[in-house]
Every structure is written in C-alpha cells, then in structure tokens.
Ligand binder design. Structure first.
Ligand SMILES: Nc1ncnc2c1ncn2[C@@H]1O[C@H](COP(=O)(O)OP(=O)(O)OP(=O)(O)O)[C@@H](O)[C@H]1O
Ligand SMILES: [Mg+2]
Length: 256
C-alpha cells in the first residue's frame, strides 16, 4: 500500500452558497505531522470540517483521497470509523450524556468496524483509565456530562482523550492550543506526540508558533483566502510570527 494517507486536489467548497475553499492542494504521508496556519477566516476550520464530512459544507469541486479511496463518497460516520478524527476548535457540550458513555459508544463503533469485540462499561473503564494518564485528567470527568461546565482547557484535554482512545489514522486538531495555559499546552502536545506513530499522521491547525515548539511539524502550510499558498518546514512558522500575514496581501496583489 502507498504511504499516502491523505491527498487533496483542487478542493473547492461552499458554505451557504459562498465559496470558502478555493482550490486546496495537500498531501499527507504516514508518519508526518503537518501544520496549517493562516489568518482568521482564511478557511482552516472549513477545510477540517470538509475532511470530516460536516453536512453544512458543500464540496463543489476537486477530490479528497484517503488511503486510496474517494473520501467524498463516504458518510461522516464512516470517515470516523475509518480512522479520521477531528478535535474541534469549539468542543460541543451535550448535557445528559455522560462523558464515559459518549466515549464508549465512539470507541465501540470503531472497534466494531475493525471487526473487534465491543467492550462493556467495566472493561471499557479500565481502558479509559489507562488513557487518562496521557492527558493527566482526573477520573471524575468521566462521570460528568460531556463537556458540560468543563473549562476551555478541560474540553481540549477531553478531545485528546477521545483521540487517544480512537487511535486515529489521521488526527486533525483545530486550534487545540487556544485557551490552554502553558502546562496544559505541554500535556496536550505531549499527548499528541505519544499517539504519533510511523503509520498515522496529524494535521494541526494553529495560530501560534508556540505549539510547534512542542509538536514538531514536518511541514507548515499557510492558508490564505481558501487556498494553501505557501508550504515549508517548521522555520516557516517562525518567519510568519515575525512578519505577520501582510506580505501575503502584497503577493496576492502582485498576482492580479
Ligand atoms: N456555517 C457557516 N456559515 C456561514 N459562514 C461560514 C460558516 N462556516 C464558515 N463560514 C465562513 O467561512 C470563512 C472561513 O471560516 P473558517 O472557520 O474556516 O476560518 P478559520 O481559518 O478557521 O478562522 P479562525 O482562525 O478564526 O478559526 C469565514 O468567513 C466564515 O464566516
Ligand atoms: Mg478556525
């Protein structure tokens, strides 16, 4: 099998009839960590939601090939079962659904898909407790409603806990660093580093070079007005932090 996990070509997508993605190209291979940076509103979250199959986003052109298959034909739940995981910029609160139950349902859906036996609450609890260490989370969070009343940082840790359980092939983290204090940032970044293997890949969306001190990307891309316009190594993140994004406007004007 080829080691390409995700191949995106000329991807265009609309939200409410407005073009947001305007021709995204990106290839991610097994074992790689990619970072996407870019201004507010440039289309980063839209891109991550299109990959996960969010119904509000209408793909109008191009293709996404995931592990050799046309991803755009697959329903969102099938994408998740096939190992695509998206940690949200704004994790949802679901009152009345316990965190533990939610995690178990998601975990069992993936196991069933992989042809493995589903786990009951007791067996599952043991597995979760092992994973809690990765994000240094207190077990009391398992008994609470999903994300309800969790602080911003606790929600982000909970996203990484979910990811640790699901062991995705492609983990997408949308601003996992926003709102984290420095200790939580290290814990979350460490969690990602512990989950990275030569067989999976991560796409990390961030505004800050700081996160990339802890999660070292192999490639950094800049999204501008719905396209990836520059790609480079991790030094590109430093360059952006120094220069800001204004030079992109000049470049865009020069192309007109
Ligand atoms: N559901 C939606 N309805 C209307 N407009 C939307 C919707 N989702 C995204 N957009 C618009 O698409 C554009 C891109 O948004 P997106 O969330 O992808 O940006 P982003 O790069 O993630 O920005 P940020 O850095 O602020 O998170 C924005 O102008 C946004 O208002
Ligand atoms: Mg966003």
């Amino acid at each position: 099998m080829s080691d390409v996990i995700l191949s995106v070509r000329n991807l265009t997508a609309n939200v409410d009839g407005n073009p947001i993605l305007k021709g995204v190209n990106l290839e991610i291979k097994a074992g790689e960590v990619h970072a996407i940076m870019g201004r507010n509103g440039s289309g980063k979250s839209t891109f991550s939601k299109v990959i996960s199959g969010h119904p509000d986003y209408e793909v109008t052109g191009g293709e996404i090939i995931y592990q050799g298959e046309n991803l755009l034909e697959k329903e969102p739940d099938e994408r998740a079962k096939k190992g695509i995981f998206l940690a949200f910029q704004y994790p949802l609160e679901i009152p009345g659904v316990s965190n533990l139950d939610f995690l178990r349902v998601a975990y069992n859906a993936r196991r069933k898909y992989l042809g493995l036996e589903e786990l009951d609450t007791f067996d599952f609890e043991e597995i979760v407790e092992e994973k809690l260490d990765i994000v240094q989370m207190n077990p009391s969070f398992l008994g609470r409603s999903l994300n309800e009343g969790f602080s911003g940082g606790e929600k982000k840790r909970n996203e990484i806990l979910q990811m640790a359980l699901l062991e995705p092939t492609l983990g997408i983290l949308d601003e996992i660093d926003s709102g984290l204090d420095i200790d939580a940032l290290k814990i979350v970044a460490n969690g990602v580093n512990q989950l990275a293997t030569p067989d999976n890949a991560f796409l990390v969306i961030t505004h800050y070079q700081r996160l990339l001190n802890y999660i070292t990307p192999d490639f950094v891309h800049v999204m501008y007005d719905g396209r990836i316009v520059i790609s480079g190594g991790k030094e590109l993140a430093h360059e952006l932090e120094n220069k800001g994004y204004d030079f992109l406007d000049e470049q865009a004007l020069a192309e007109v």
